[in-house]
Design a protein around this ligand. Structure first.
Ligand code: ATP
Length: 350
C-alpha cells in the first residue's frame, strides 16, 4: 500500500543473552494512530527506541516513507519522541523550551520563536509562553512536551507512555485532547501504553505484544471480539476459556453449553479453546430457544455498583458472568441457568 509511512520488517534485538524483540514486523499508515500495548517487559519501549534510533536492531529493517533509516542517527530521522517524564528544561521559559529544537537545528531566532508560538497555540497554551515549567500543571507540562515535538512538524510522533504521570481524571481528559489533536494535525502517532483502556479509547489500530513478539495487530474491536491467541483474549478484558473437541462435520463440542458450534479447522489441531466474554452470558430461569444452555450454582457475587460480576460453578469450571444490577439479586448457592448464543464462542486454535 502506498500510504504506509513507517515500515518495520523482521527486526530482532538481544541484550546479552536476553532477547527483547523477535521477528517484529509492523506498518503504520500516514495519519494513523497506533498503540503498542503489552505487559511490562514485553518489548514496547525497545521497539519504540529502534524506531527512534536510540537502539539499533541486530537485524531487520526500518523505513520511513520508503527510505531505509535502520542505521540513521536519531536526530536525522523525520520523527520526534515525547517521553514519559516530559524532560523539559526547568530554567527555560515554555517558549524557549519549545524553540530550543529549531534553534539547535540552525533556524534563526525570530523564526524559531514564531514556530514555537504556533506549536504552543496548537496545544492550547498560546498564552503561557513566558512561564517556567514549574509554574504549569502536570497536564500543561505534558502539552508543552507535545508542542516541543510538534514544532519540528514531524510526520511521525512516537509517544512513550506520555500520560502515565497524570492522575486518572486528567489522564482521561488528555486522552481525548490528544486524540482530537492527532486527528486535526494528521500526524501519525505510535503510542506506547500498558493500559488497555487507553489503547482502546485512542488508537485506530493496536499492536498487542508479549515476550518480545507481536501477538496481534488490529482495531480495538477486532482484538476484543476476535482475539488471535489465548494471550490476547486474556490480556484484553475478561474472558472465559472453554475447551472444545472435534465432533465431526466441521463442528466442535464445547465443554460449556448444550450446543455444538461450527468451526472450519485450518491447522488440523486436536484440541481447541473457545473464548466467551462474560457479557455474552445471560443468567436465566428458563431455557431459551437458540441459546446454548448449562446449569450451574452461584459461587460468588461481586457488586461494583451498576454491574455485578457473578461467578458460577458449572461442573469443574468457574464461569465469570456479568449482569446489570436491575434484576433480582443472586446469592451464593443459588441454582442458575447460563445461556449464550453459540456464535459468541470465539475459537482459537492452539
Ligand atoms: P515496560 O512497560 O515495563 O516499560 P516494555 O514492554 O517497554 O516494559 P522493554 O523496556 O522494551 O519492555 O524491555 C524488554 C526486555 O528487554 C526486558 O526484559 C528488559 O529487561 C530488556 N531490556 C531492555 N533494555 C535493556 C538494556 N538496555 N539492557 C539489557 N536488557 C534490556
Amino acid at each position: 500500500m502506498n500510504n504506509i509511512l513507517l515500515s518495520v520488517q523482521k527486526i530482532n534485538k538481544s541484550f546479552g543473552h536476553s532477547k527483547a524483540l523477535t521477528d517484529v514486523s509492523i506498518d503504520v499508515r500516514c495519519g494513523e494512530f497506533v498503540a503498542m500495548l503489552g505487559p511490562s517487559g514485553c518489548g514496547k519501549t525497545t521497539l519504540l527506541r529502534c524506531i527512534s534510533g536510540f537502539v539499533t536492531p541486530d537485524n531487520g529493517t526500518i523505513s520511513i516513507g520508503g527510505v531505509d533509516i535502520t542505521r540513521v542517527a536519531p536526530n536525522r530521522r523525520p520523527l520526534n519522541t515525547v517521553f514519559q517524564n516530559y524532560a523539559l528544561f526547568p530554567h527555560m521559559t515554555v517558549l524557549e523550551n519549545v524553540s530550543y529544537g529549531p534553534r539547535r537545528a540552525g533556524t534563526p531566532k525570530a523564526e524559531a520563536r514564531e514556530r514555537a508560538a504556533e506549536a504552543l497555540a496548537m496545544v492550547g497554551l498560546g498564552e503561557h509562553g513566558e512561564r517556567l515549567p514549574a509554574q504549569m500543571s502536570g497536564g500543561q507540562q505534558q502539552r508543552v512536551a507535545l508542542a516541543r515535538a510538534l514544532v519540528n512538524r514531524p510526520k511521525l510522533l512516537l509517544l512513550d507512555e506520555p500520560l502515565s504521570a497524570l492522575d486518572l481524571k486528567l489522564r482521561k481528559r488528555m486522552q481525548i485532547e490528544l486524540k482530537q489533536l492527532q486527528e486535526k494535525l494528521g500526524i501519525a502517532f505510535v503510542f506506547v501504553t500498558h493500559d488497555q483502556e487507553e489503547a482502546m479509547a485512542m488508537a485506530d489500530r493496536i499492536i498487542v505484544m508479549s515476550g518480545g513478539h507481536v501477538e496481534q495487530i488490529g482495531s480495538g474491536n477486532e482484538i476484543y471480539r476476535k482475539p488471535a491467541t489465548r494471550f490476547v483474549a486474556d490480556f484484553i478484558g475478561d474472558a472465559n476459556f472453554v475447551s472444545c473437541t472435534p465432533a465431526g462435520n466441521g463442528t466442535l463440542r464445547p465443554s460449556l453449553g448444550s450446543e455444538v458450534i461450527e468451526h472450519v479447522q485450518t491447522r488440523g489441531a486436536e484440541r481447541f479453546t473457545a473464548i466467551l466474554r462474560p457479557e455474552h452470558i445471560s443468567l436465566m430461569r428458563e431455557e431459551a430457544p437458540g441459546m446454548s444452555m448449562s446449569a450451574g450454582v452461584v459461587e460468588d457475587v461481586i457488586d461494583i455498583g451498576m454491574l455485578s460480576t457473578v461467578l458460577v460453578r458449572v461442573g469443574e469450571q468457574i464461569v465469570t458472568c456479568r449482569r446489570i444490577n436491575d434484576q433480582a439479586t443472586l446469592t451464593r448457592g443459588d441454582a442458575v441457568k447460563l445461556g449464550f448464543r453459540p456464535r459468541d464462542l470465539h475459537v482459537v486454535e492452539e
